[in-house]
Design a protein around this ligand. Sequence first.
Ligand code: TRP
Length: 456
Amino acid sequence: MASPTGSPQRDSWGSHAGFVLAAIGSAVGLGNMWRFSYVAAEGGGAAFVLLYLGFVAFVGVPVMTSELLVGRLAQVSPIEALKRLGGPRWAPLGMLFAFCGLGILSYYSVIAGWTMRYSFDAIRGALPDDAAGYFARVGTGMPAVLTHVLFMAITITIVVGGIKKGLERTAIVLMPLLFVLLVGLAIWATTLSGGGPGYAYYLRPRLSELLDPAIITDAAGQAFFSLSLGMGALMTYASYLRSKENLVKETLTIAVADFGVAFLAGLFIFPIIFHFDLVETLGLGGELNTDSTVGTLFIAMPAAVRSLGRMGNAVIAAFFIMLFFAALTSAISLLEVVVSAAIDSWHWSRQKAAIVAGATITLLGIPSALNLNVLDVGDKLVGTVLLMVGGFFTSIMVGYKILPQAEQELSLGLDNPMAIKVWRNLVRYLVPPVLLVVLIFSIPKLVTAVKTLFGV
Ligand code: TRP
């Protein structure tokens, strides 16, 4: 059935559960494990987790609801959606979204490539004892370029398949599998001796750290990245929605699942770090260098293999295969933002859009595969600062420019004036100032990353 504004042939989800799983698939990814573990480790563990939860609840949730309702309301990809609803002045925000999609996926795919390499070597039983040395060897240079290209090829293939056949089917199979594996790993970690201090580090906050601006901004950036906010990914997914279900409920489901996965990941990563005495290797508590921050997970996990023999290999293989799946469903959503823009704005075929956008991203990602400092700058600039810029303008547009229309859309499937009122107040009065402050505080980290890249 054609919607009033969408084109009759426009793709749509086959089932509502398919949409929810795909949205969870977008949110749950490398961010929950690779990025969460290193920013949480850097941010003192528990203090970070607490702040992170606060940002998810009070900033992430209202912004996500806003993105979903804009997408469903417009039934078209972000650039056109923002233009139709807000007027031509809002088109640049949609372009920023597409730019972020290109930028994030270019380095995201490099890391996803590592997961492929790790899975492959773990299955062959070829992971060496020296985890840090192994990471240094396969994490950059030609091996990393190769796995990056391979990962992009897989992502492109799925996106060419379209919404129902590609995106939805992939998510329905992979997401449940991921949850099962993850719970298994968290249980396994409880059997490790000496994990106690790991749990303490992760779960017992030190009050002084709760007020540290660096930790606060990290928590905000991580919330945005992990929930796939600030660049129209969920807006795009919601534009393929025909059914008018309660969007606040969907938002909460996605946010709870995403937080749950990150939290579970911490429950096995921190005991492992302490059990295997990796505190020094990873530089926790001291100055961190880029290699170790980026590699926390990729060094900590395989290090666990050493003393566990065959059993360890199986655990590592399971873990990295799962991480690969999680990365894949997220990468799909990043590429889909760019692809849907090309389809709706330039009337390209899905196949052409996926191949041209995918090839561009593959090329853009090569510098990140060759130099981890480039990857780090990308993550700070596009994966943090620009997402907050995107979230800021999204909340301004929804909260001030199209509020009556937005509330009307939100009230479909949601018969709860109180919830709508809370959402309205958060979007108008809390989200914009908070994001602005956090944005300003996140600039120094970007400057540091750029300086490191240029060696000054
Ligand atoms: N949220 C994903 C993760 O945690 C990454 C991701 C997918 C993303 N789509 C996004 C991040 C859009 C920011 C914006 O791995």
